[in-house]
Design a protein around this ligand. Structure first.
Ligand SMILES: *Cc1c(COP(=O)(O)O)cnc(C)c1O
Length: 355
């Protein structure tokens, strides 16, 4: 596994028997353990697995005041032979490094990231659902833990990983509103970093859209509010005139691991793919003339979230019904079978943890 020593302190009793694993409320049910490591004096130290417990933080904790905090969202799966693997751990690690750089935070050594994930998943392996029934959501978080209300790049940081079992569930199609007042990201900003503050800033526009009966917003660019960027906290795809179209990566778009995986699979299935700017006007015209056959969001949690309705300037445009033959559902099923270990891992996406 790794060279950095990781101290392991096991929980004396497991909560697993007392947990309703058939229907865990997403984001609340955790496994028995957590991984922690601290950075101080220029070095990472004290890497450990311990029973999951509340943190004790000074009220001066820098991340709480200034938002110097980044995270990842990834998943571990059990394959049919019972072995457990993490999906595209290397790509998540690279993205974490890019986020850390943008937020002036110290790089995390790969062996701490991978070693933390591997040890946590391994010690809590009983919590990983059976193949095809769900997954273990992994949430690495790295924040400035220094106790100092002084505006200066922090010198002390905390890295932790928590694990949450999740069941596969049916997601109802989502209704989206094109947002032209608020923006998620601006050129030169932090939109391509997975930093905590991006989420905090998105809640209010999303809340307003929900008051109007929509689920999420479709973000437009910060300059002209013209080009489509993302849908809520997912990347966004359309099928226009039979082609799979998604906005190109830029410093205002988060480089989704699911987005990348779906693009690879679509190309391998012979689907014509275009990564190019999509303006709201092009989209509206294509919706009006029935040239948009499918629209969906992509992300680790849902893989593919079908979009049933797009609202633009007071007009609601309904997308056609979809079925298992729809391109997005075929892409979803292909990616899900690779993640579940039931289709060949052609691209080396599975990082094996236990046999
Ligand atoms: C995490 C995230 C995504 C999706 O990324 P995945 O790696 O596919 O889960 C998309 N947009 C935003 C803003 C995100 O934070």
């Amino acid at each position: 596994m790794i060279n950095t020593p990781i101290t392991i302190n096991r929980a004396s009793v497991s909560k697993i028997e007392a947990t309703d694993l058939r229907n865990p409320e997403f984001g609340k049910v955790t496994t028995d353990h957590m991984f922690l490591a601290e950075y101080a004096g220029g070095a990472w130290k004290n890497a450990r697995i311990q029973p999951l417990a509340d943190l004790s933080l000074s009220p001066l904790t820098l991340a709480l005041h200034y938002g110097q905090s980044v995270f990842e969202g990834m998943k571990a799966f059990r394959s049919q032979d019972g072995g457990i693997h993490i999906f595209r751990a290397d790509k998540h690690y690279k993205r974490l490094l890019a986020s850390l750089k943008r937020m002036a935070m110290p790089a995390l050594p790969e062996e701490i990231f991978m070693g933390g994930l591997e040890n946590l998943v391994s010690i809590d392996r009983a919590w990983v659902p059976k193949s095809g029934e769900g997954s273990m959501y992994l949430r690495p978080l790295l924040f400035a833990s220094e106790a100092r209300v002084g505006i200066k790049v922090a010198e002390q940081f905390c890295f932790l990983i928590v694990a949450l079992p999740v069941r596969s569930y049916y997601n109802r199609p989502i209704r989206l509103k094109v947002e032209e007042r608020f923006i998620r990201a601006a050129k030169g900003g932090t939109g391509s970093a997975k930093c905590s503050g991006n989420y905090g800033a998105a809640f209010y526009p999303t809340y307003l859209a929900q008051q109007e009966g929509y689920d999420q917003v479709i973000w437009t660019d910060g300059t002209e509010k013209k080009n489509i960027e993302e849908s809520g906290v997912m990347n966004v795809f359309f099928i226009i005139d039979g082609k799979l179209v998604t906005p190109p990566l830029s410093e205002t778009i988060l480089d989704g691991v699911t987005r990348d995986s779906l693009l690879v699979l679509a190309r391998s299935m012979g689907v014509e793919v275009e990564e190019r700017p999509v303006s709201v006007f092009e989209l509206e015209e294509a919706l009006k003339t029935g040239r948009v056959s499918e629209a969906f969001g992509s992300g680790t949690a849902a893989v593919v979230a079908p979009i049933s309705l797009i609202a633009f300037r007071g007009n609601d445009y309904t997308l056609p019904e979809y079925n298992d033959q729809s391109t997005m559902m075929q892409l979803k099923s292909k990616l899900e079978s690779i993640r579940a270990g039931s289709a060949a891992d052609t691209y080396n996406w599975l990082h094996r943890v236990t046999n």
